[in-house]
Write a protein that binds this ligand. Structure first.
Ligand code: PHE
Length: 350
């Protein structure tokens, strides 16, 4: 092997050993740098004749090109390897299952409330909302419920801070305080009209929402939902209540095979009062009377507390348990399931 061939061989070997681009550039300098072996050989030609320069130069050039080719090949190999390492480090495991995007949905009790609002809305009822922390006045006194009424017992009612010692604030035990709150607003809005001798536009409203009582078993939860209804005008009778209710329950359960029974009862804020039972003609509950609401003609004292003259204005009110409706509609036997927050149960209603 001549001198130049072995030079090329040793360059190739050195390049092959260079593990990093920096090593490779150092190796390159030994051959092609300012005082590298090839450069030295070129310099060594200065003393040669023109003819000799030509032939010697050509041979050195072949060696130089071979070294450059080896250098470039190694440069490429190192760059490829580096890219490979980088890609490996940044690799994504595309076979990993992604994070699921769950679709949310409305709670079954909310679905029922929306349904109730839609049905009463179609009958011309407004929807009102009010506070869950109530004063003694709105929850009891204004509703003709005297101090010694059993509903005021500590055993039935969650009293909270605020109010006075004789009349502490409380978590509303029913949605009935909304009768007064809404009617007072309504009367205020139309007072000028009435003062001018005109008739007040009818109050026709429902007020759905959360209510609270000290009660807990399969069909009672300390927090539950009711929907209040109030229709007051000059001539709103029990007959209207019966029509509205029959219409509502048949629409809600999507069946005409359903009858209502008005069972005489007592509420301080209505007179006469009735509890409403429904009965399905077919299905798993056929033949059983199910209590669904309290109702009655609004008591004159309550009409007065609304700011109206009971000699002129009259109407009906009702309060329906909406959780009960949800249970009946979906065939759920334990009310508490609705409030446990178990996603396996709740997702069935979507
Ligand atoms: N507030 C009563 C209850 O919770 C229901 C009711 C409302 C009765 C309106 C009559 C009129 O039991």
């Amino acid at each position: 092997m001549n001198e130049l061939d072995s030079l090329v061989t040793s360059a190739q070997a050195l390049f092959a050993q260079s593990a990093t681009p920096a090593d490779l550039e150092n190796a390159k300098a030994q051959f092609l740098g300012k005082s590298g072996r090839i450069t030295e050989l070129m310099k060594g030609m200065a003393a040669l004749s023109v003819e000799e320069k030509k032939s010697r130069g050509a041979v050195i050039n072949v060696a130089k090109q071979a070294i450059e080719a080896a250098l470039n090949a190694r440069r490429q190999a190192l760059a490829d390897a580096e890219l490979e390492t980088q890609l490996k480090a940044e690799a994504l495991d595309v076979t990993l299952p992604g994070r699921m995007r769950m679709t949310g949905g409305l709670h079954p009790v909310s679905l029922t409330l929306e349904r109730i609002e839609a049905i009463f809305g179609s009958m011309g009822f407004d929807v009102a909302q009010g506070p869950e922390i109530e004063t003694d006045w709105f929850n009891f006194t204004a509703l003709n419920t005297p101090q010694d009424h059993p509903a005021r017992s500590m055993h039935d009612t969650f009293y909270v801070e605020g109010g006075s010692p004789e009349a502490p604030n409380l978590l509303r035990t029913h949605t009935s305080p909304m009768q007064i709150r809404h009617a007072v607003q309504h009367v205020k809005r139309y007072q000028a009209l009435m003062d001018a001798g005109q008739v007040m536009p009818e109050i026709r409203v429902i007020a759905p929402g959360r209510t609270y009582r000290v009660d807990s078993d399969a069909t009672h939860s300390p927090m539950f939902h009711q929907c209040e209804g109030l229709w007051v005008g000059e001539n709103v009778s029990f007959k209207d209540l019966k029509v509205v209710f029959t219409d509502f329950y048949r629409t809600f359960f999507e069946t005409d095979d359903l009858v209502l029974r008005f069972r005489p009862s007592f509420f301080p804020f209505t007179e006469p009062s009735a509890e409403v039972d429904i009965q399905f003609a077919s299905g798993p509950l056929a033949g059983r009377w199910l209590e669904v609401a309290g109702s009655g003609e609004v008591h004159p004292n309550v009409i007065r507390n609304m700011g109206l003259d009971p000699e002129r204005y009259i109407g009906f009110a009702f309060g329906m348990g909406t959780d009960r409706l949800t249970m009946l509609r979906y065939g759920v036997s334990d009310l508490r399931l609705f409030f446990d927050g178990d996603i396996r149960f709740l997702s069935q209603f979507q």
